[in-house]
Design a protein around this ligand. Structure first.
Ligand SMILES: [Zn+2]
Length: 312
């Protein structure tokens, strides 16, 4: 099944449900970043979470950044997801591998460790809205639900899952079910939803059993006035980096120093952390590339896109 997002409502609009299948884009991230099993699960869950959160934004062009900063060996996760269905992301240490946890599953919580979840919502006006919560378990699903409940006061249940084996990612995705403000005081409704989502016992087993998103919605909310929206949105791994942006990132070093390095070292190199693409600037580049545009604005964009700049 293609990577996709499907929306539904129930209980006279009091419940909002969103489901994503992210199998292919998670496999693409695994290959681009050469991720270990546990790193694939951690990044895959966070990318699904980012897409689910972004789906609740209204304005075209809205994006959300989800940063998981823990003290575990994974050294953090960063995901950038858009309302348009694009997502990209990376982890600090893609090679970390841990023994399975007590449940015999990939130990994402152990890899992430203790720390904080930072969510930045950018609706395109230039004033991103950010909030921080402490990590509950580092397993990502619990942490995202905790963020939605504490930062947005929206009772929410989240299921995220990535199944990765020797042949790569065979199933990935997630579900977000929220009780909207008009129904949020209905404690029985909130409790019913929480128990049903818990009873789902994971997301990837359902996908592997051949269930589609509409079938999963029906199992969950079929007796509660479920309406599934007929449109499905295509999801994909996509990075907005480019050669010009790379040059802007290098400008952080200072133009004189950059020119000096390009001449002395016969080129400079930058890797985009989000997608792993490597860009090279050589002394053949027209120098006016380095002087155009708004310096200040570019720096903001490039720090976002590039974490490390190193010389080739
Ligand atoms: Zn990139």
């Amino acid at each position: 099944m293609a990577d996709q997002l499907i929306r539904a409502t129930a209980a006279d609009g009091g419940i909002r449900a969103v489901g994503v299948i992210t199998t292919r884009l998670t496999e693409e991230a695994r290959q681009r970043h050469k991720l270990s099993y546990v790193a694939t699960a951690a990044l895959g869950r966070t990318m699904a979470a980012g897409l689910l959160i972004a789906s609740g934004m209204k304005r075209t062009g809205s994006r959300v950044n989800v940063r998981v900063k823990g003290d575990g060996p994974l050294s953090g996760i960063l995901v950038d997801a858009g309302l348009d269905g694009t997502v990209r992301g990376y982890v600090g240490n893609p090679f970390v591998e841990l023994p399975p946890n007590a449940k015999g599953k990939l130990d994402v919580g152990g890899a992430v460790g203790k720390g904080f979840l930072y969510v930045v919502r950018d609706i395109g006006y230039g004033y991103p809205y950010s909030s921080t919560v402490e990590l509950v378990s580092g397993e990502i699903g619990d942490d995202i639900a905790h963020y939605l409940v504490s930062s947005e006061q929206t009772p929410s249940a989240t299921v995220l899952g990535v199944f990765v084996g020797a042949g790569g990612v065979s199933a990935a995705g997630g579900l977000l079910v929220q009780v909207l403000p008009k129904a949020a005081t209905d404690e029985a409704l909130v409790a019913t939803l929480e128990s049903r989502v818990e009873a789902l016992a994971g997301f990837t087993p359902l996908l592997q059993a051949g269930k589609t998103l509409p079938e999963i919605f029906t199992d969950l909310l079929g007796d509660m006035g479920l309406t599934i929206f007929p449109e499905s949105q295509i999801l994909r791994f996509q990075c907005g980096c480019s050669f010009d942006r790379m040059l802007g990132a290098l400008k952080i070093l200072g133009e004189a120093e950059l020119q000096d390095m390009i001449v002395k070292d016969n080129g400079a190199e930058a890797t985009c952390d989000f997608c792993g693409r490597v860009y090279q600037a050589s002394s053949d580049q027209p120098s006016d590339h380095l002087h155009t545009g708004s310096f200040f604005l570019e720096i903001i964009a490039y720090q976002f896109c590039f974490r490390q700049v190193f010389m080739g």
